[in-house]
Ligand binder design. Sequence first.
Ligand code: CA
Ligand code: CA
Length: 331
Amino acid sequence: MKGFPVCLLAIFLGGCATMQPGKPTVSILVDLDPASVDRTVIVESITADKEGRLYLPDRVTGNILRVDPKSPKPTVDARIAAREIKGKKVNAAASGLAFNAQGDLFIAVGPFTEVVRVRGADLNAQKPGTAQTFATGTAGANGIVFDRQGNLYVSGGASGIVYRVGPNGGAAQSSVQIEKFSRTLPDGKAQQAIVANGVEFDSKGNLYVADTARGAVWKIEMAAGGKAGKPVILAQSPLLEGADGLAFDGGGKLWVTANERNAIVTVTMDGKVEEIAKNGSKGPLEFPGNIVFVGNTAYVNNFDTPRRDNMDANGKTALDGIGASIAQIKP
Ligand SMILES: [Ca+2]
Ligand SMILES: [Ca+2]
């Protein structure tokens, strides 16, 4: 009843739902490994194409999974082949992914220190395409995002570097440096040192970087021509510990997954942090990795890493809950 007077007023102003302060609902769209809860599929990130279909790279197989929310049965639409590096087989273990304006899909692959590309025409469940090298020299490649000029920005994890790659790919250049930092998790043992994780642009072309280690979001103003300003902290809060993926909603509010807290929080442009959803180890959020909006619905990949609030009562595994999956958040 708390929102009732506001809602009554809103009826006269022509709307009600958007005025209601009620919490959004979180549920599971699809279990990506229905026979298991034990990481036979591992998805660290999610994105959507222009038609609203969802894409997630599976670290176990190198498959790029596609899920249409209207009929959520995953298909394999492309693959990232494992490589032999220094005599050892190295799996792609892909992280962030993003489409460019032309509809080609780009995927950050930390173990290759590369960003790879699948052409839009090769995203095909009947004949899955194979990813090819697009950008090199991106050590710790994690989150990726395009600016409006078609330049690709790639976060470098614990190094704090955000790389920049032109629209034609090639060797990455350092664009932004977030100061290094490390935090000890509440177990007193695990160290969290990733300061450049999820990356996102706002409508004005400013860059935002999720700082997992500090529990913070950085803002970087970008001058015309792409020169980056000095990073400033937009928000820092215990609610943001484990900050991983970022996405703006239609109202210009930044949504952040706080992976190690099994939580989703929002950050306003004046730095106010608010918790939207949080749960224990049983889900529906299980170490949420990234977030993407399709209309008013947000989709989140459950990375399901056994850490902090996502661990079972035994403090070692994350076997309760559903495991690798996509959670949906509806207003
Ligand atoms: Ca499962
Ligand atoms: Ca789990």
